[in-house]
Design a protein around this ligand. Structure first.
Ligand SMILES: Cc1cc2nc3c(=O)[nH]c(=O)nc-3n(C[C@H](O)[C@H](O)[C@H](O)COP(=O)(O)OP(=O)(O)OC[C@H]3O[C@@H](n4cnc5c(N)ncnc54)[C@H](O)[C@@H]3O)c2cc1C
Length: 394
C-alpha cells in the first residue's frame, strides 16, 4: 500500500498532524484508542492550552527552537478550532484553559477532522521496521497478526515520550531518531512528584498550602501538597523539571512574606498563647506539628523576641528538603529531553538527515511547564510539519 504520509502515534501531536497533512495520510498507533493522554489529562477535562503561552514556558537545549512553531500556531488558533466545534472551555487558573465538559470531546473532534481529511486511522498497529531507499520510506507494520508493507513519501514520528508506559508510552521515537543519525539529549521524568525515604510527611498527607519552590535556580509560586510518599502539587511538579538527583529543594512556606508581621501582631493580642497554637492560625496545623521539633517551637508567643521570630520565619521561608528521587515515568506527566533539535528544522520539524522525516510533540527535546503548555507544543509542532508536508510538491 502506498500513502503520501505515514504518521506514527495517534496522540495529541499525531492526530493534529493527520487532520492537516493533506490527502492520502495514514496514522497508526499500537494502543486500542487514539488520544488516551488527552482523555485522562486535566482530571478528564484536559488543560489543552495556556492563554499566556510563550517560548519562555519551555525547556530545551535550544531555548529558541520552539519560537517558530509556537508563533505560527498559537493558543488562540487552537481555541478558535475547538470553539468552531462547539466545545466550551474555561480558564481555571494562571491562564490554564480546560474543557467545560469531558476531554473526550476533543478526541471526537479529531476523529471528525480525520474523517473530513480522508485520513485513515489504524489502531492496534505497531511498527516493525522502517527504512528509506533514497526516494521513499518503507514501513513494515503489524496489524491483526499480519505484516503489512507501506510505502510513504513522508513519515512523521509522533510517538511521545516515555511517561506512563502503562498507557502505551515507548521509546520508539528515540530509536527511529537514532537510526536516522539524530542525537538524543538526556531524557528524564518531569512534572512528577518527589519521593522521600521513610515517608516523613505521611502524618500530614493531604495538607496543601501556597508556597514558593526553588530548585536548579528556578522558582515557582504555586501550591505544594504533602503526600504519603513525599511532595506533590503544582509547585513540586514544576520544579521537578529543573531538579537533579541529589539536589535540595528550597521551600518557602511564606511566599507573601506576611508571617513575621502577623506573629508580631498576635504577640501583642495573644501573647499568652502557645507559639505553635498561634502559628497554626497562619499555617496548616499538621505542618506546624511537623515543624515543632525541627524548629524547636516552644513557649508562649510573648516569650519570643523579635530576633527569635525572625529566626523562625526565616527558617519557614527557606526549608531545605532533599528528596530521595521522583515517582519516575510511572506517574510523570512528561519526558524531559528527547530528539535533539540541532538537526531538526524549527520551521517544519523536518530532519536535516532525511528528507521527509519529521519529529513532533513530546518526543522532541522541547518540554513545557505544567499548565497546558505541553499540549500547545503538540498542536503547534504538528501544524508546522503538516503545513510543510502540504506545501512541498510530492
Ligand atoms: C496524566 C497526564 C496528564 C497530563 N495533563 C496535561 C495537561 O493537562 N496539559 C498539558 O499540556 N499536558 C498534559 N500532559 C502531557 C501531555 O499529555 C503530553 O505532553 C502530550 O500528550 C504529548 O503529545 P504527543 O502526541 O507527543 O504524545 P502522546 O500523546 O503520548 O501520544 C503518543 C502516541 O504514540 C503511541 N505510541 C507510542 N509508542 C508507539 C509504538 N511503538 N507504536 C505505535 N504507537 C506508539 C502511543 O500509544 C500514543 O498514542 C499530561 C500527561 C499525563 C501523563
Amino acid at each position: 500500500m502506498r500513502v503520501n504520509t505515514l504518521i506514527l502515534g495517534a496522540g495529541a501531536a499525531g492526530l493534529m498532524c493527520a487532520a492537516n497533512a493533506g490527502p492520502n495520510t495514514l496514522i497508526i498507533d499500537h494502543a486500542k484508542k487514539a488520544g488516551e493522554k488527552i482523555r485522562i489529562s486535566g482530571g478528564g477535562r484536559c488543560n489543552f492550552t495556556n492563554m499566556y503561552c510563550d517560548p519562555g514556558n519551555f525547556i530545551s537545549e535550544n531555548k529558541h527552537f520552539s519560537k517558530s512553531a509556537l508563533s505560527r500556531y498559537t493558543q488562540w488558533d487552537f481555541v478558535d478550532l475547538i470553539a468552531s466545534h462547539g466545545i466550551a472551555y474555561h480558564e481555571k487558573t494562571l491562564g490554564q484553559l480546560f474543557c467545560d465538559g469531558k476531554a473526550t470531546q476533543l478526541i471526537e473532534m479529531f476523529h471528525g477532522l480525520l474523517a473530513q481529511a480522508g485520513a485513515q486511522l489504524w489502531l492496534q498497529t505497531s511498527l516493525a521496521d522502517l527504512t528509506h531507499d533514497g526516494s521513499n520510506f518503507t514501513a513494515t507494520l503489524e496489524r491483526d497478526g499480519q505484516r503489512k508493507t507501506i510505502t510513504a513519501s513522508n513519515v512523521v514520528v509522533a510517538t511521545g515520550g516515555k511517561s506512563i508506559p502503562k498507557m502505551g508510552a515507548s521509546g520508539i521515537g528515540y530509536d527511529i531518531a537514532a537510526q536516522f543519525g539524530h542525537r538524543l539529549t538526556e531524557t528524564r521524568p518531569a512534572l512528577v512528584p518527589f519521593t522521600f525515604s521513610d515517608a516523613p510527611f505521611a502524618p500530614m498527607s493531604g495538607t496543601a498550602l501556597p508556597t514558593r519552590a526553588t530548585a536548579g535556580g528556578v522558582s515557582f509560586d504555586e501550591a505544594t501538597l504533602f503526600t504519603h510518599r513525599g511532595l506533590s502539587g503544582p509547585a513540586m511538579l514544576q520544579i521537578s523539571s529543573y531538579w537533579r538527583e541529589g539536589e535540595e529543594i528550597i521551600l518557602n512556606l511564606d511566599p507573601d512574606n506576611t508571617l513575621l508581621k502577623a506573629l508580631r501582631t498576635q504577640r501583642q493580642t495573644s501573647g499568652r498563647k502557645q507559639l505553635t497554637t498561634e502559628l497554626a492560625r497562619l499555617l496548616p496545623a499538621k505542618l506546624v506539628d511537623h515543624l515543632t521539633v525541627e524548629l524547636a517551637l516552644t513557649g508562649n508567643l510573648a516569650d519570643q523576641s523579635d530576633a527569635r521570630l525572625t529566626e523562625i520565619t526565616d527558617a519557614l521561608q527557606a526549608w531545605h528538603l532533599k528528596p530521595t528521587g521522583t515517582e519516575g515515568y510511572r506517574t510523570a506527566e512528561v519526558t524531559l529531553g528527547g530528539v535533539a533539535t540541532d538537526k531538526l528544522s524549527s520551521q517544519s520539524m523536518m530532519s536535516a538527515h532525511q528528507h521527509g522525516l519529521y519529529f513532533i510533540g513530546e518526543c522532541v527535546d522541547v518540554t513545557g511547564w505544567l499548565g497546558g503548555f505541553n499540549f500547545q507544543w503538540a498542536w503547534a509542532s504538528a501544524m508546522a510539519a503538516a503545513r510543510h508536508i502540504t506545501a512541498v510538491k510530492q
